[in-house]
Design a protein around this ligand. Structure first.
Ligand SMILES: [Ca+2]
Ligand SMILES: [Ca+2]
Ligand SMILES: [Ca+2]
Length: 233
């Protein structure tokens, strides 16, 4: 699913580079940092996932005797507050999903190593519980090259570093109906779009992020798909 989505995203860029549509009258998006030559790593505060006086609760959702969820609980004035959850979605003993919570108990960020190669390639960030941004690493260097921006749970803009060098050179804008409305491309390396595609976009479907599990669904899905305990003996 993820690879399909990423391939599609790349496909959109390939289509985009062949157009000669004139620039619209709307202002060009903000430029990326022109001097960037290395992609920026994702910065996430992982202190919530450090034991450091917290109680760690474990859950074995597939009943194989090994934990699949590690829940970090901080005692705040007598009340335990969840600060982090680590999950082993594949039940192979290796963690591949990390959820960081804010002080109110709402999810702040999620990281996913969906192909279990030890590297995170999807990140999701929330503000007041709502997803505001997702990032994806499409060339497996551990750093994002696609950024998706959301407003009111809807994808409104996608930015891409087609060369995976940390410089955004493709901007895709989506309407209220979720349809791709226009694509801007920086063909000159100036940091702003100098070529725009506005027509013939009907055939292009908006890119979809992989169906990322949540901590709650991971537990229930895993439990639902787990073999009954009786099969073990
Ligand atoms: Ca288990
Ligand atoms: Ca990975
Ligand atoms: Ca990358």
């Amino acid at each position: 699913m993820m690879k399909k989505s990423l391939l599609f995203i790349l496909g959109v860029a390939a289509c985009a580079t062949t157009s000669n549509q004139p620039a619209p009258t709307t202002a060009a998006p903000a430029a990326a940092e022109p001097a960037a030559t290395q992609p920026e790593p994702v910065k996430i505060d992982h202190s919530g996932c450090e034991q450091n006086g917290k109680r760690i609760e474990t859950l074995d959702v597939n009943h194989d005797g090994k934990p699949d969820i590690w829940r970090y609980l901080l005692n705040v004035s007598g009340t335990e507050v969840r600060t982090c959850e680590e999950l082993d979605l594949h039940h192979d003993g290796r963690k591949n999903m990390w959820v960081i919570y804010d002080p109110t108990g709402a999810i702040k960020s999620e990281e996913f190593d969906l192909d279990a190669d030890g590297k995170v390639e999807w990140w999701s960030f929330r503000d007041n519980g709502k997803v505001v941004r997702k990032e994806a690493d499409t060339n497996n260097d551990g750093r994002p090259d696609v950024w998706m921006f959301f407003e009111a749970d809807k994808l409104v803009r996608l930015e891409r570093s087609s060369k995976s060098n940390g410089r955004v050179d493709v901007w895709e804008y989506f309407g209220n109906d979720g349809k791709l409305e226009r694509i801007g491309i920086d063909t000159k390396g100036a940091g702003t779009a100098d070529r725009w595609i506005k027509e013939d976009l009907a055939r292009i479907q908006p890119p979809t992020a992989p169906t990322l599990p949540t901590a709650a669904t991971a537990a229930s899905d895993s439990a639902a798909s787990a073999p009954p305990p009786a099969e073990k003996k």
